[in-house]
Ligand binder design. Structure first.
Ligand SMILES: *Cc1c(COP(=O)(O)O)cnc(C)c1O
Length: 223
């Protein structure tokens, strides 16, 4: 099942779109099945779970942390994480920078924008992103790199609304990308938007990285 679902999704993807297989709550055996079929990028939302899987699974897997991240957990993943999707504060960036430095690494991050209506979703406003990128503190962070933006649309059956939210994020992404004199640690390339229920809309709206879990691995019992 996993392999056929994965192949089905991959066959629909434009070549510029990267698939993050979201394996949170799923066993290592499920990840290995996808791995054997060629998948190398996996997304997790709990640091401890990601660390355990990283320890036990092949070392050429790229691990993406996709959920909300607490500063006290950063140190555990700093040795290996390849992209942190949900960064929403300078405080968190400072912590990632500190732990990246200890590990002699540069850690790639995406800033999370709040595009949904729901108050439960995390993320920065456009004004907060501008403020963050232009603060003096930010320029000092030599061990992180902002590679782009991430967003989650509202949980709604209204496809027009989802499309509108994704298009808003894409427009902001394009504007940011072409902003002159961005700090050296900013390279806007990646736009992470779209999950199982809405990745087609996201791709049509300009996403180049989708995070798909249940459509590959099946429904989760929790989370
Ligand atoms: C769980 C999760 C996903 C994947 O969700 P599915 O609906 O299973 O595809 C994507 N992004 C984030 C941030 C998640 O927490």
């Amino acid at each position: 099942m996993i392999v056929s679902q994965l192949k089905e999704i991959k066959s629909q993807l434009p070549t510029n779109v990267t698939l993050v297989a979201v394996s949170k709550t799923k066993p290592e055996s499920a990840i290995l099945e996808a791995y054997e079929a060629g998948q190398r990028i996996f997304g997790e939302n709990k640091v401890q779970e990601m660390v355990t899987k990283w320890e036990n699974l092949p070392k050429d897997i790229s691990w993406h942390l996709i959920g909300h991240l607490q500063t006290n957990k950063v140190k555990y993943m700093a040795p290996f994480v390849s992209l942190v999707h949900g960064v929403d504060s300078l405080k968190l960036l400072k912590e990632i920078n500190k732990e990246a430095l200890k590990n002699n690494r540069i850690i790639d991050c995406l800033l999370q924008l709040k595009i949904a209506e729901e108050t439960t979703k995390f993320g920065l406003s456009e004004a907060q992103v501008q403020e963050l990128l232009h603060s003096d503190n930010f320029k000092e962070l030599k061990n992180i790199r902002i590679k782009g933006l991430m967003g989650m649309a509202s949980f709604t059956p209204n496809k027009n609304q989802i499309q509108q939210e994704f298009e808003n994020l894409k427009n902001y992404f394009d504007a940011l990308k072409t902003t002159p004199n961005l700090p050296k640690n900013v390279t806007i390339e990646t736009l992470s938007m779209g999950m199982s229920s809405d990745y087609s809309i996201a791709i049509n709206s300009g996403s180049n990285m989708i995070r798909v879990g249940s459509s590959i691995f099946g429904q989760r019992n929790y989370n």
